[in-house]
Design a protein around this ligand. Structure first.
Ligand code: ADE
Length: 418
């Protein structure tokens, strides 16, 4: 079995972490038991490019129990938990190619190591496997049944590939399942982003002006949690409807130049580039903190910062100080990479439970239904989304009501009026 991890001797600690996460992942455990009995993925070669965390480890173990041959690499150079990677190799005999802090060349070497296994299904978080296959490893296309995509940024890219006629296999947009983005993007990003900022800086949020760029599901989650810890939250939005929604949810809404004059912490969660750009960097106060929780490290204009600073130094793990020409100091967290996965451990297991249940069941769906699928981006089938919600409620000991026959008939009728 091939692998490339930091230190295989870290496995013991990693195994403890994997088992700890499993406690909060009852839906995935349920699927694991079913997979273990029925082996629905028997003979499948699956390549995954995901954040290598204890939660991802539980997904990999589930897929393997289902009969798949799995290889895993990182979907971000800074998010790998090296002890978890070691344990997956040593204790679970799963090929892992991932080292926290790997450089760009190693990152792509690891992606190619996974692709060398000739996967029949790809599982992405940010579409790096799919884009590498479609650009530099086209010979693999004929072997592939389909893929899954975990995150908003990846789904946006895949939809663009589909529109341009350059997507060559079906992909399920796991991100768009309701049991994914309502929970993972909102409660997961909400909590883990605050966790990352606090672990990196140990600042007090109460009393601070916390600027959130982007009021999608992730932005909503972060704004709610920052408010809950006593910060005054300011939202930056380019979409008038979302801006209005933020205002009516009780937040201040303004443009970047206005926010720059007053903000203490700036966080970008938009999926777009240079959002914390020149307008903010030129006009912001001394000692501000800049962070990103979007998938790629493009949301803070690091080039502008680098070319307009006198010097740069590391002041704490995951905190770099830029001394600007005019004497202001600006602090950037985690080199502008995902702060929640770089400086903390990503979303808690309880939300990844539903996200990864979607991944596992979508992989099974592609394996068993690939003849029906064409070169498109598909939603997670409604039955899967609903089954996951039901299993999660059951695991929480929550019973809900059902419609009576009379109510069903009423909803389906059109003759019954006043
Ligand atoms: N994305 C966000 N949080 C994550 C986690 N804990 N594991 C894997 N992917 C994630």
């Amino acid at each position: 079995m091939e692998f490339d991890v930091k230190d295989i001797n870290l496995a013991k600690e990693g195994k403890n972490k994997i088992e700890w996460a499993a406690i909060e992942m009852p839906v995935l455990s349920n699927i694991r038991v079913e997979f273990s009995k029925k082996k629905p993925l028997k003979g499948l070669v699956l390549g995954a490019c995901l954040h290598v965390t204890s939660e991802t480890a539980n997904l990999m173990i589930t897929l393997k129990e289902g009969g798949a041959n799995v290889a895993l690499c990182a979907s971000n150079p800074l998010s790998t938990q090296d002890d978890v990677a070691a344990s997956l190799v040593k204790d679970y005999e799963i090929s892992v190619f991932a080292i926290k802090g790997e450089d760009n060349e190693t990152y792509y070497r690891h992606i190619n190591s996974v692709l060398d296994t000739r996967p029949q299904i790809t599982m992405d978080d940010g579409a790096d496997l799919i884009s590498t296959i479609h650009s530099r490893r086209k010979e693999l296309l004929e072997n592939i049944y389909g893929g899954t995509e975990e995150t908003t940024t990846g789904v946006i890219r895949l939809k663009s590939m589909e529109r341009n006629g350059v997507l060559f296999y079906p992909v399920i947009a796991v991100n768009d399942a309701r049991t994914k983005h309502f929970f993972d993007n909102r409660y997961g990003t909400g909590q883990s982003t605050i966790d990352g900022i606090l672990r990196a800086t140990n600042i007090l949020l109460a009393g601070k002006k916390f600027v959130v760029a982007g009021y999608g599901w992730c932005g909503k989650g972060v704004a709610a949690r920052a408010k809950g810890m006593g910060a005054s939250v300011i939202i930056l939005e380019v979409d008038p409807l979302k801006a209005l929604e933020a205002k009516m949810d009780g937040f201040d809404v303004m443009n970047s130049i206005e926010a720059a004059k007053t903000g203490d912490i700036f966080l970008s969660v938009t999926g777009n580039k240079n959002v914390i750009g020149k307008d903010i960097i030129k006009n912001c106060k001394d000692n501000v903190i800049l962070a990103n929780s979007g998938h790629f490290d493009v949301e803070i204009d690091l080039n502008y910062l680098k070319s307009n600073c006198k010097s740069k130094r590391k002041v704490r793990p995951f905190v770099e100080e830029y001394l600007m020409e005019d004497g202001r100091k600006i602090y950037v967290l985690a080199e502008g990479r995902l702060v929640n996965l770089s400086a903390a451990e990503g979303h808690p297991a309880s939300v990844m439970d539903m996200s990864f249940a979607n991944q596992a069941l979508s992989a099974k769906y592609i394996f068993t239904s690939n003849k029906k699928l064409s070169r498109k981006v598909y939603p997670v089938p409604e039955e899967i989304d609903k089954k996951i919600a039901e299993l999660k409620l059951k695991s929480m000991g929550i019973k809900i009501d059902r419609l009576t026959q009379e109510q069903e008939e009423y909803l389906n009728s059109w003759e019954i009026g006043t």
